[in-house]
Ligand binder design. Structure first.
Ligand SMILES: O=C(O)CCC(=O)C(=O)O
Ligand SMILES: [Fe+2]
Length: 378
C-alpha cells in the first residue's frame, strides 16, 4: 500500500510541471556554469499562452514583458526564478544555460533573417522579455545597431558573411560586448532558434585572467588612454576614449572593456597604453586554454555577465566569443542587451532626444487589458 502511495505521489510531482533538472559544470576551481532544463510541459504551457497573445513585443515591450514575466513567474520552477533573481543582483551564477526555453513551433528558413523574423510568431521574444522581467532588467539597444531593435538577430547576412561579427560566419575572438559604449550592456541573453553543427559560443572568466597581471599593468589599464571602436555590425563607426578598467562609483561596479582582437578595435594613445596592449595580447595566448564553449542548440538560452564585477571582488566578469566557421547559413540566435531597469529607461530617454530615432514607448502607457476588460497604466 505504502509503495502505491509513494508511486502516486511521484506521478503527481512529475506531472505538476515543476519538475526540472539543474546541474553545475565546473570549468575550473573558481568558475562554474549552471545548466537548467525547463520541463517540456512548462514550455508548452508558455508557448500556448504566448501564441494567443496579440501584442507585438517590438511595439509594446514594457507591456509584453510584464505580462510574460508574470506568466513565467507562475509556471517556471521556483528554483529557476530564484536563480535568475540572484544572478541579476550579481549573487548567483555569472553564466546560466537554460535548456528547453519556449520558442516558436515553426522557425522559417530559406530567406533573409529579417524576412524569417517577420514570418515567425513571437514566442521566443516573449520568453526573453519575460526572463528580463524576472531579472528586473530591461532590453536596450543603441539605435545604430540593428535599428535599435530590442532583440537582435545574430545570423549570417549576405554582405557581412566574411566578417567576425554578429552578422558574419567567421569565428569571433573573445570580447566584451560593445566596450566602446558609454554604458555597455550588463548582461547578454542569447537564445538559439536554429543551430549550427560547428559554431560554438565561447566564454572566459576575467578573474582567472587578470589575477596574474602585474599591478603596473592593472594601473595602466585604468588610464583613459585607449580609443575603442564599434564593431562591423554598426551602421556608423562609433568610438570613445576610455580606460580598459573603469570604476563606476554610482553602481559600485568595476568594468572591463576589451577585445582579444584589439588591433582592429583598440588604438593605444600613449606609450604605456601600447605596452599594456602588447602584454595583454601575450596573456590571452597563455590563458585561452581555460576558455570554455557551448554549442547552442534550438531552444537553448545563454545568459551571462558582460565583463563587470562588484568593486574589489572581480569574480563575476565574463568575456565571450564564437569559435568555428558557421556552416549553416540559417543559424539564428536572438540576442538581447540587458540593463538594470532605471538605467535602460535613462538611456532610452537620451536616444529619444536625438533626431531620426525610432520612438520607443514612454515610461507610462495606457493600455487595454483584454483579460480584465479595462484600461490600465503600465
Ligand atoms: O554567435 C555566437 O555564438 C556569439 C556571437 C556574439 O558574440 C554575440 O552575439 O554577441
Ligand atoms: Fe558578442
Amino acid at each position: 500500500m505504502k509503495r502505491v502511495i509513494y508511486a502516486l505521489a511521484l506521478i503527481c510531482f512529475l506531472s505538476s510541471g515543476k519538475w526540472s533538472f539543474c546541474s553545475e559544470q565546473k570549468i575550473n576551481d573558481n568558475s562554474s556554469i549552471i545548466e537548467y532544463t525547463i520541463p517540456v510541459e512548462v514550455g508548452e504551457k508558455f508557448q500556448e499562452f504566448s501564441s494567443s497573445f496579440s501584442y507585438d513585443p517590438y511595439e509594446n515591450p514594457y507591456y509584453v514583458m510584464k505580462i510574460m514575466g508574470e506568466k513565467l513567474c507562475e509556471i517556471l520552477p521556483e528554483e529557476l526564478v530564484g536563480m535568475l533573481r540572484e544572478m541579476s543582483k550579481n549573487k548567483g551564477p555569472s553564466i546560466l544555460l537554460i535548456k528547453g526555453m519556449p520558442i516558436d513551433r515553426i522557425i522559417p528558413s530559406n530567406d533573409s533573417v529579417l524576412e524569417r523574423s517577420k514570418k515567425k510568431g513571437k514566442v521566443s521574444e516573449n520568453a526573453m522579455l519575460g526572463i528580463a522581467y524576472i531579472m528586473e532588467h530591461k532590453f536596450y539597444s543603441n539605435i545604430k545597431q540593428q535599428q535599435g531593435r530590442i532583440i537582435h538577430n545574430v545570423a549570417p547576412v549576405k554582405e557581412y558573411e566574411h566578417t567576425s561579427s554578429s552578422l558574419g560566419r567567421e569565428p569571433f575572438l573573445l570580447h566584451i560586448e560593445n566596450p566602446y559604449e558609454r554604458v555597455p550592456p550588463y548582461f547578454l541573453m542569447l537564445l538559439c532558434l536554429e543551430e549550427d553543427q560547428k559554431a560554438e559560443t565561447t566564454y572566459f572568466f576575467i578573474n582567472d585572467f587578470l589575477k596574474t597581471f602585474p599591478i603596473s599593468i592593472i594601473e595602466n589599464m585604468k588610464q583613459p588612454e585607449f580609443r575603442i571602436f564599434s564593431g562591423t555590425a554598426y551602421s556608423r563607426v562609433e568610438e570613445r576614449i576610455v580606460p580598459l578598467i573603469s570604476e563606476e562609483k554610482e553602481l559600485e561596479i568595476t568594468r572591463l572593456r576589451l577585445c582579444e582582437d584589439h588591433k582592429s578595435s583598440i588604438e593605444p594613445l600613449s606609450v604605456r597604453a601600447k605596452e599594456t596592449l602588447h602584454y595583454i595580447e601575450k596573456a590571452f595566448s597563455n590563458y585561452k586554454k581555460s576558455m570554455a564553449s557551448v554549442k547552442l542548440k534550438k531552444g537553448e538560452c545563454l545568459i551571462f555577465n558582460n565583463g563587470w564585477w562588484i568593486n574589489g571582488a572581480r569574480e563575476k566578469g565574463v568575456m565571450h566569443g564564437r569559435k568555428g566557421y558557421i556552416e549553416n547559413p540559417y543559424r539564428w540566435i536572438q540576442r538581447g542587451y540587458l540593463y538594470p531597469q532605471t538605467l535602460a529607461e535613462k538611456l532610452q530617454i537620451r536616444e529619444h532626444k536625438k533626431p531620426g530615432c525610432v520612438i520607443l514607448p514612454k515610461r507610462s502607457q495606457r493600455i487595454y487589458d483584454r483579460d480584465r476588460k479595462r484600461f490600465r497604466h503600465i
